[in-house]
Design a protein around this ligand. Structure first.
Ligand code: CA
Length: 649
């Protein structure tokens, strides 16, 4: 392992200094320079990725960005090996070079700027000490100067931040916007509010994914501002978010730290799709005494919508889950009114009857809740249960007594610290009651799979519901599918709720608009999209009207993975990805581009015995075959909106 520490002292001013550190493999380098502005810059294989960009922040009590001077620099190595049970990988061995630049402003106020460089990844954060000679015991961060100034020619694959308090029942922002692809950096964002994490950038053959992790109740979630002259900065939530309640500027006690901002850099997309940096630099926030089991689920709402949240239809979806061997059924919004609680049964049944019926069929239950709240106009019930700790704990005790296994909480108020605190409190209370948690209408998860033992996944994407709502999203389904493995789903679980076997987006499978993608494409999404519980968009009629090959595949597909390998593709165009569950590999190949996607699977690369390979192909007339493999390789051509899945026996 090579670690460089070079210290230059300027001939004219002892405050101007530069430190360079590199990743264990030596390919990634960060240089910090002090002066009127303190900056960092990044090179990969000697090529500039990030030009000198500002670091530092403005505290309520001091300017911790300008005219900082060096107190000392420490370099050491960080090692962290750990296991995970619900992400793209089951094990990570994190090794990083750490540079800690201890700085102070002209009045002696301290700020440490910490960089950790592992191969292909940079994590950076600020650590603020408490001064021994001052009373100041907390910080309010008024502004972060943290900037990202990209090299010329860089283009962006990014999603705009929404205006606050717009959209359905004034619930935005909720990370449900459309992507720009390969866009010049000076492209203005749709709302003028910048771009939500994660943001992917390309410069020549180099790829850079920018995100953040370790965000909890002690900070807000951030995003990137619009670019000016190739430069973007960390931006805080808008004051109007959360119906104006709570501040945009985060605060924490001293000593304390900001979340980690991360850059994942490679000369191809594999380090991006395979990164575990969001888990490598965070720690579990609490231990659990519960044994959470992940798996597959059915949910009536996606195709049968609000009217299906009644006892009779939930029985049909429980029966579907049982027929598929699935672990869960998700009962969505309005159950408190349309199925009823014990106090207000509807047509002689209530929600406890649904839970009991599910149990009798070997199926466990997730219940939907609104996060509301004084931050939006949601009337879909149950409301006002998750926003208040007294009601929330009472509700969760009831669920624990009934044997409910999880909740889906929807429609959060944005990215302010106040909302981050709500996420954390829901997770913590839910763990006390042995409940897993899915978030919808929500922010991006930021390391939460590792931080919270009962966290399952978040929507934070234009998810399957949009395919139901609008044929335009069906037209774009393939493009979006070929985007998420490189961006949104690269940094955290994605509760997409897809894999439709219906041809039409309706209950009778005849009316309304058609799905554009093939059945095989839909099967491939079960591998491409990673979430430890997958609620598939199946309907009871699929037991008889969908191809048996597909339904058999869906009975057996796992939802947790030991290893993920990106094998090919380009954001928005196509993707080939392999995931391993135990000894079994699943390899999914899909295409969104007009021209066919030619892909060669090299079985030696994954250590696969060619004789063990099965191929699911045939578009809407799916078949499973033993493919001919020559010298360990097989080449396939995948048409637009189609997919192929290989798996080992
Ligand atoms: Ca949504």
């Amino acid at each position: 392992m090579k670690t460089f520490l070079i210290l230059f002292l300027s001939a004219v001013a002892s405050s101007a200094a530069a430190q360079t550190v590199s990743s264990p493999d030596g390919r990634l380098c960060v240089t910090i320079r002090t002066g009127a502005t303190t900056t960092y810059s990044v090179t990969f294989d000697g090529q500039t990725v990030i030009n000198p960009s500002a670091v530092g922040l403005i505290a309520n009590y001091a300017n911790l960005a300008d005219n900082l001077t060096h107190v000392k620099a420490d370099v050491d190595t960080v090692r962290n090996s750990y296991d995970m049970n619900r992400t793209k990988a089951s094990h990570s061995d994190y090794v990083a070079t750490r540079l800690r630049c201890s700085m102070q402003n002209p009045d002696g106020w301290p700020i440490d700027i910490v960089f950790q460089l592992s191969d292909n990844n940079i994590a950076m954060r600020y650590e603020i000490a408490k001064r021994k000679d001052k009373e100041t015991g907390s910080i309010r961060v008024m502004e972060e100067k943290t900037a990202f100034s990209f090299a010329d020619g860089t283009t962006a694959f990014v999603c705009p931040q929404s205006d606050p308090m717009i959209g359905w029942k004034r619930t935005k922002p909720s990370y449900e916007e459309e992507y720009n692809y390969d866009a010049p950096l000076d492209t203005k964002s749709r709302y003028g509010q910048g771009w939500t994490f994660p943001c992917l950038f390309r410069n020549g053959s180099n790829w850079i994914l920018v995100s953040e992790t370790g965000v909890d109740s002690r900070y807000c979630a951030s995003h990137l501002s619009d670019f000016t002259a190739n430069t973007s900065s960390i931006a805080f939530p808008m004051p109007e978010e959360n119906n104006g309640n709570g501040t945009s500027e985060p605060a924490f006690a001293l000593p304390g730290n900001t979340p980690w901002r991360t850059l994942t850099i490679g000369d191809n997309l594999a380090p991006i799709a395979q990164t575990t940096i969001m888990y490598d630099v965070v720690e579990p926030r609490y231990e659990t005494e519960h044994d959470y089991k992940f798996g597959r689920g059915t949910w009536s709402w996606i195709l049968w919508q609000d009217n299906s949240i009644c006892y009779e239809d939930q029985v049909k979806y429980i029966d579907l889950a049982a027929a598929m061997g699935y672990e869960y059924v998700l009962v969505d919004d309005w159950w408190d009114v349309q199925i009823g609680r014990k106090e207000n049964p509807v047509r002689g049944h209530d929600i406890e009857d649904v839970i009991r019926y599910a149990k009798s069929k070997g199926v466990d239950v997730f219940l939907w809740y609104s996060s509301s709240g004084y931050w939006n106009d949601i009337v879909q019930g149950p409301i006002n249960c998750m926003d208040n700790s007294i009601v929330r704990k009472r509700e969760m005790r009831w669920m624990q007594k009934m044997g409910v296994k999880g909740i889906k909480v929807d429609f959060f108020g944005g990215d302010k610290q106040e909302t981050m605190r709500l996420y954390e409190e829901i997770l913590s209370d839910a763990d006390d009651a042995g409940l897993m948690v899915i978030f919808h209408g929500c922010t991006l998860p930021r390391g939460w799979e590792r931080m919270y033992p009962n966290y399952v996944g978040s929507e934070a994407v234009l998810a399957s519901e949009n395919l139901y709502f609008d044929p335009r999203f069906c037209e774009k389904e393939a493009e979006n599918t070929c985007t998420h493995p490189f961006i949104r789903n690269a940094v955290g679980a994605m509760e997409f709720g897809g894999c439709f076997m219906n041809r039409h987006m309706s209950r009778d499978n005849k009316r309304r608009h058609e799905r554009i993608t093939t059945d095989l494409f839909e099967l491939a999404t079960t591998v491409l999209f990673q979430n430890p519980i997958q609620n598939f968009a199946l309907a009871p009629n699929n037991l008889t009207d969908a191809p048996a090959v597909c339904m058999d595949y869906l009975r057996n597909v796992p939802t947790t993975w030991d290893e993920t390998r990106l094998l090919g593709g380009y954001p928005g165009k196509n993707v080939a990805m392999a995931r391993r569950h135990g000894n079994q590999w699943y390899i999914a190949v899909v295409n969104a581009a007009d021209e066919p996607f030619q892909f060669t699977l090299d079985t030696k690369l994954l250590g696969i015995d060619p004789a063990s390979l099965q191929m699911y192909s045939g578009g809407n007339e799916p078949a499973v075959t033993s493919p001919k493999v020559k010298k360990g390789k097989i080449t396939v051509k995948v048409s637009k909106n189609d997919g192929i899945v290989f798996l080992t026996k």
